[in-house]
Design a protein around this ligand. Structure first.
Ligand SMILES: [Zn+2]
Length: 457
């Protein structure tokens, strides 16, 4: 009997705002001395009142719009209650039934860099919602004075966190991989987060269940999902996400084949062993006792405000890649590599605006891609200089140079004589003739030097 995976994912992205979500503490917590970036609000002290970060709200809307979502005219924050040492208030300010953005999608195609070309995936993943919440503190397990203790660092507590929730539309590990990489690319294009997985700025939580393939054929595809799902928490690398999902697919399939039904639960991925382990039975929404955050009024949006935010989206990777292919005649592969980061794409366009007619677009693209140009240290002008120099050196050999110069002097005896007699214009004429023979493989300056040297002899 064949089973196929039904996978949905939640992705958390920490926004790169200067301050936290509901207080003025710095949001950049990575590698900072523990508990040095806190205040009564993010420590959850009694009486402290939250004030929402306007930029964080706008950036969440920006991401929602970039993912084709509808922005709810009215949106609000809610309290999500649970007890855990890294959550000082005993609840997290999140969004429940009125998130900022709903109902978008992301197309899994047009990316020859991320997906293998022999089996391209073309599919649309539906996005259920994009909402805004606050991050928790961080637990550290350590040994102090010979005793095993858990320490808590609240620097991360209250950092603005966006959650992107998909529909269960993924049917393979590859689709999840492609989606999360494209999402990271879009977040970086919008410049709302570094989305660095290794720093925890982007975290993936896949929910996996297995369905009999036969049962799908007889029914509407989206209508019939298994009556359980297993969620894997906080995965901080693309590689681990793949491994965790692969492990779950095997684990659940084996159970189903033996007539068991996997339990609805939350599991964690143990990197060292490459396995998932049960953490707790999966909560339902009512377990969190959601209710509207009474200290923050609801948000309402005018269409003029939304269109102002929408204008900040700019050209996204897929559109940019398409334009690079049609406008510059590049291959999909080269265009894909150039638009991999917004910075590299912009650099390429700066270079081609400054280039001379002799250098081809393809040459510039090759240089940026293959020579791994450090675009922060090499200005467009410097890159063009390097290209010209190397082209000259590699394009013409010494003997070719000799042949060209000899030919020019032989064909233009009169001009050579004139130059020897002090007519500067005659030299320019000879250089022009040499340029014609060199067919762009050398520069006027180098040909001039060679002509002067040869005439001297
Ligand atoms: Zn604070």
């Amino acid at each position: 009997m064949n089973y196929e995976p039904i996978i949905g994912i939640e992705v958390h992205v920490e926004l790169g705002t200067a301050s936290k979500m509901f207080c003025g503490c710095p949001a950049d917590h990575f590698g900072k001395e523990p508990n040095t970036q806190t205040c009564p609000v993010c420590l959850g002290l009694p009486g402290a009142l939250p004030v929402p970060n306007k930029k964080a709200v706008e950036w969440t809307i920006l991401l929602g719009l970039a993912l084709g979502c509808t922005i709810n005219e009215e949106s609000k924050f809610d309290r999500k209650h649970y007890f855990y040492p890294d959550l000082p208030k005993g609840y997290q300010i999140s969004q429940y039934d009125q998130p900022l953005a709903i109902g978008g999608s992301l197309e899994l195609s047009n990316n020859p860099i991320i997906q293998s070309s022999n089996n391209p995936i073309k599919k649309k993943i539906r996005i259920r919602r994009v909402h805004l919440e606050e991050d928790t503190g961080k637990l550290q397990h350590a040994v102090v004075d010979g005793q095993r203790v858990s320490l808590v660092d609240f620097n991360r507590s209250g950092v603005a966190l966006v959650e992107i929730v998909t529909e269960p539309d993924f049917r393979s590990v590859e689709e999840v991989d492609l989606f999360t990489k494209k999402l990271q690319q879009i977040v970086r294009y919008l410049r709302i987060s570094s989305a660095d997985m290794e720093k925890g700025s982007m975290r993936i939580e896949p929910s996996i269940s297995m369905r009999k393939v036969e049962s799908r054929k007889s029914k509407v595809e989206s209508g019939e999902y298994p009556n359980y799902r297993v969620e894997i928490k906080n995965i901080n690398s693309f590689k681990f996400a793949r491994k965790a999902i692969e492990y779950e697919i095997i684990r659940q399939t084996e159970m189903l084949v033996h007539g068991d039904t996997p339990t609805q639960q939350t599991r964690g991925y143990v990197e060292a062993k490459g396995v998932t382990v049960a953490q707790r039975e999966k909560e339902e929404a009512h377990d969190y006792r959601y209710f509207p955050e009474p200290d923050i009024p609801p948000m309402r949006w005018e269409s003029s405000q939304l269109s102002a935010i929408s204008r900040q989206i700019g050209e996204l990777p897929d559109a940019k890649m398409k334009r690079f292919i049609t406008a510059y005649g590049l291959s999909a592969y080269d265009a894909g590599l150039l638009v991999e980061t917004k910075e590299r794409a912009e650099y390429f366009e700066q270079v081609i605006r400054q280039k001379s007619a002799v250098i081809s677009l393809k040459t510039i693209a090759n240089w940026i891609i293959n020579k791994k140009v450090d675009i922060e240290k090499t200005s467009p002008a410097q890159l063009l200089e390097q290209i010209v120099e190397s082209t000259v050196v590699s394009a013409i050999t010494d003997s070719e140079m000799e042949t060209i110069i000899k030919q020019v002097l032989l064909d233009n005896v009169k001009a050579a004589e004139d130059y020897k007699n002090g007519k500067a214009q005659a030299l320019m004429f000879l250089v022009g003739q040499a340029m014609r023979l060199a067919k762009g493989k050398s520069t006027a300056e180098i040909l001039k030097i060679n002509i002067i040297e040869t005439i001297k002899i």
